[in-house]
Write a protein that binds this ligand. Structure first.
Ligand code: FMN
Ligand code: SF4
Length: 498
């Protein structure tokens, strides 16, 4: 046979071998779904930094997550080397740049194991199901429907390994949520998983949905940062048997989520709703919201302080938060960024003396130690991660979530795309990432001389102002220093040793 024919046969045999290996292996979703061609992505990932350094963007330019940030998540998730060489390439003189003042006498703390939250969720209202969350970092609300079944399964299994909480999102509890990870059941305006046949909220259906699922708390969603004040439609084509079952809606029929709740319309009725669910379930109940008009928060705090009732936890989502799909004007402009929004909410509760009773959860690109530590310096107790968790289970920031064609099988329901994602392998990656973030925060805490991120004195976290000077983050975001003084610190310290 002609030598060229032999070479051709060898090349074809090699490619067939690679294709078979790609389709059968479970480590890389991209290769399982796109055999052979998927290797291009890894080649580009390998040599992309060198190419882009001269041609396209620098390490910190891309949004929502820069290359450095993605690299840190991927490396942490795979327990690979997540260090950076040759020092920082950031501009230290930039406006809003964060500096953390370390101590001459750093503390020590364990480098592994869960990093529990200082506060007990539900303690303020003596809920029978009050508990101390075992991980500062937790998985933020993302529904089955916006994410694939295997992605939800990976998040749930990973949450079990990491001892963190997995928020269901507003799509109810599916079979993919039942792999042992503790749940926060989210109730949105569509009341999915908690609605009767007419679409109205039903406590009985809620209790039925929660049966046999490890639900630790319930979150009533007022809004999310990427699309606050906006309802949504789930097209009939996406309402598969499994999605219909989890949400309690008919298969194949378009369902609408209204822009606001039918069950309440002001502070008093909102608090009534929260209390009725807490009474029926015995669990801590919280609310989640993006921050727009701030009067609401002052009214809510005043009402709670006067009547001694209301949500056990408050999740604040920054305007920079993510979604499966949203109109651009909402994603880009409606609701304020996390730090400004959270500071307004914390101030409202601190003004009435409730800041140490409520558990505050923050979300909005907080899945990196520096951002998480700043959030904790502003008064956050727990960090929720959504897109960073997606990165950990294989998302490559292709930003096609709204098209249904997610190449990694994370945010799609298409069977041939979804089959690429192996939930068992990816669950370990999520757990590794959660653990890495918790412990990177602990490392920062010890560098400042304390053993737990909740104890970091916010006076030691500074930001460069527009005037070029460094100011403490609390001062910069309008929070009073006395809210973070010795009294608060000793309360947290004794809670941590309980
Ligand atoms: C795919 C996707 C689906 C989401 N679904 C919900 C949801 O059902 N309910 C909700 O309150 N927030 C939802 N969010 C918002 C996240 O829970 C989170 O608040 C926001 O993305 C900010 O966190 P991040 O910056 O870590 O992504 C979703 C986000 C994404 C990316
Ligand atoms: S479409 Fe892209 S950004 Fe969205 S989940 Fe998939 S890989 Fe990630």
């Amino acid at each position: 046979m002609n030598i060229w024919l032999w070479i051709l046969v060898a090349v074809v045999a090699f490619l067939v071998g690679v294709a078979i290996y790609d389709v059968l292996q479970k480590r890389h979703a991209i290769l399982r779904t796109f055999p052979i061609i998927g290797h291009l992505r890894f080649l580009l990932e390998r040599f992309g930094p060198e190419l882009r350094q001269y041609i396209v963007t620098n390490n910190d330019e891309e949004r929502p997550f820069s290359r450095d940030q993605r690299r840190w998540v991927y490396a942490s998730a795979k327990r690979q080397n997540s260090y950076f060489g040759f020092g920082s390439d950031n501009h230290f003189d930039e406006h809003d740049y964060i500096f953390i003042r370390h101590s001459a006498f750093p503390a020590t703390a364990p480098s592994e194991g869960p990093v529990a939250v200082a506060k007990v969720m539900g303690q303020w209202r003596n809920r029978p199901g009050a508990f101390r969350p075992e991980s500062i970092t937790n998985v933020s609300a993302m529904s089955f429907g916006s994410l694939s079944g295997p992605a939800i399964e990976a998040l749930n299994r990973g949450s079990k390994i990491a001892n963190c909480l997995h928020n269901t999102g507003e799509g109810g509890i599916s079979k993919h949520h039942r792999h042992g990870g503790g749940l926060i059941f989210q109730i949105g305006t569509g009341y999915f998983g908690a609605r009767d046949d007419t679409g109205k909220f039903s406590l009985d259906v809620l209790l039925e949905s929660m049966k046999d699922a490890p639900v630790r708390a319930i979150e009533v969603k007022l809004s999310q940062g990427a699309k606050p004040g906006l309802g949504g439609l789930l097209p009939g084509a996406k309402v598969t048997n499994e999605i219909a079952e989890a949400r309690g809606v008919p298969v194949g029929i378009t369902v609408a989520s209204p822009s606001s709740h039918e069950e309440f319309h002001d502070v008093e009725t909102l608090v009534d709703f929260v209390e009725s669910i807490a009474e029926a379930t015995g669990l801590p109940v919280g609310i989640k919201s993006a921050i727009g008009q701030v009067d609401f928060w002052a009214d809510l705090a005043a009402h709670m302080a006067t009547h001694n009732r209301g949500p056990d936890f408050i999740t604040v989502d920054g305007g920079e938060g993510g979604t499966g799909a949203a109109p651009q004007v909402f994603a880009d402009h409606v609701s304020v960024p996390f730090r400004e929004g959270f500071s307004a909410v914390f101030s409202a509760f601190a003004n009435v003396g409730l800041q140490d009773d409520i558990v505050f959860i923050g979300a909005g690109r907080l899945g990196f130690a520096s951002d998480a530590v700043v959030a904790m310096g502003l008064g956050v107790d727990m960090i929720n991660v959504a897109r960073e968790a997606m990165l950990a289970v294989g998302c490559i920031q292709a930003q096609k979530c709204h098209t249904g064609h997610c190449p990694t099988g994370v945010a799609t329901q298409q069977r041939w795309l979804v089959r690429g994602l192996d939930p068992t392998d990816k669950s370990v990656r999520l757990a590794n990432y959660i653990d890495a973030l918790n412990h990177e925060m602990v490392k920062v805490a010890t560098a400042t001389g304390v053993s737990h991120p909740a104890l970091i004195d916010p006076a030691n976290i500074e930001i460069r102002n527009g005037d070029g000077q460094l100011h403490s983050v609390t001062e910069h975001y309008g929070l009073r220093a006395e809210w973070f003084g010795d009294a608060r610190r000793s309360k947290l310290e004794s809670a941590l040793t309980d």
